[in-house]
Ligand binder design. Structure first.
Ligand SMILES: C[S@@+](CC[C@H](N)C(=O)[O-])C[C@H]1O[C@@H](n2cnc3c(N)ncnc32)[C@H](O)[C@@H]1O
Length: 199
């Protein structure tokens, strides 16, 4: 991912430095960035208030934060989304659960996290991201291109064919339930922004 991001930036002629680190404990200079952003990461971190607090320390006064988190998605997709669940270790299972409950279950919950982390002018915009597939193979390739790859890898080799077959059946079910008979879902994504208070 890091190599692909660096390649993309170079291709676009952008001057960026790409680094690997723990988003929950960033090893970067304080008071030196205008913007900090995290796309669909915050709910994975074990201390969801401590992380944006630490990110706020990296910002200049008045610097801005923007984080995206998952909102609601079509109920018909839930059985597909649950396919890997029996195989998940607690950290991955918790990340899924926290998307629906607690601070990540509502706009207000995420806004409160940023307010508690010391941000002002906190507000939310959201919108649907269409996630639609040509068929089961397309869905399978997609799972391997997202964080779901790690979830798929948790399934023991010997069970993968059976899980894949059961996924095919569940995907067909969603096709029957979707009004246009397509496979997939619309995922609401919440974008929460704020501004660092002056020191
Ligand atoms: C749902 S994916 C989002 C990927 C990408 N940001 C995007 O929006 O397409 C979540 C990402 O969070 C990363 N992640 C989880 N915990 C992290 C941590 N403590 N530090 C840095 N990244 C983390 C995972 O490796 C994964 O790439």
């Amino acid at each position: 991912m890091v190599a692909a991001a660096a390649d993309n930036a170079a291709r676009e002629g952008l001057s960026v430095e790409v680094m690997i680190g723990d988003a929950g404990d960033p090893d970067l200079p304080t008071g030196s960035f205008d913007i900090v952003t995290a796309s669909l990461v915050l709910f994975f971190l074990p201390k969801p208030v401590a992380a944006p607090s630490a990110w706020g320390e990296l910002l200049v006064d008045g610097g801005r934060i923007g984080v995206s988190t998952f909102g609601a998605y079509d109920a018909a997709w839930e059985p597909v989304d649950a396919i890997f669940e029996p195989y998940l270790p607690p950290d991955l299972r918790d990340a899924r659960i926290t998307g629906k409950q607690g601070p990540f279950g509502s706009d207000e919950g995420v806004e409160r996290l940023l307010v508690d982390a010391g941000f002002a002018d906190v507000r939310t915009a959201s919108g649907p991201v269409p996630v639609w597939f040509d068929g089961a193979d397309h869905w399978h390739r997609w799972t391997k291109s997202t964080g779901q790859r790690r979830m798929g890898e948790m399934v023991p080799e010997a069970e993968r064919a059976a899980v894949q077959a059961s996924a095919g059946r569940l995907l067909d079910d969603t096709r029957r339930q979707n009004p246009d008979h397509r496979i997939g879902f619309d995922q609401d994504v919440r974008y929460t922004v704020g501004r660092r208070r002056n020191r």
